[in-house]
Write a protein that binds this ligand. Structure first.
Ligand code: HBI
Length: 104
């Protein structure tokens, strides 16, 4: 069990969240969460991507909400324990943005 984590401060939103919002991620209109949509070149690439994110999620004990249809993936990050965005979400989104993605 990880220690309690709290929502990002205004300063952290400027320094940690803003760069992600300029690199593919969006704020959800209805809650303190981020989402991104991906269109991959193949389902095999989707499988590889979701597998990598799954192992990272297990390592950090921080798990995605996602849907997949064919080569499309919708992914959302928030921290349920904090009812909003935390550094755990930042870590997962930065990990995802560090991957070389086989996108259309
Ligand atoms: N994943 N996105 C997300 N948010 C959480 O609050 C969360 C999680 N994965 C595991 C987890 N919390 C557990 O650490 C707690 O529910 C105990």
């Amino acid at each position: 069990l990880q220690p309690a984590v709290s929502k990002l401060t205004d300063e952290e939103r400027n320094t940690l969240l803003q760069p992600l919002l300029k690199n593919g991620w969006n704020l959800c209109p209805d809650q303190d969460a981020c989402y991104r949509e991906f269109d991959f070149n193949s389902f095999t690439s989707v499988m590889g991507f979701l597998t990598l994110v799954s192992f990272k999620a297990e390592k950090l004990d921080h798990h995605p909400e996602w849907t997949n249809k064919h080569t499309h993936v919708y992914m959302k990050w928030s921290t349920h324990d904090a009812n909003g965005l935390t550094k755990r979400d930042i870590s997962m989104m930065n990990y995802i943005n560090s991957l070389k993605l086989d996108l259309k």
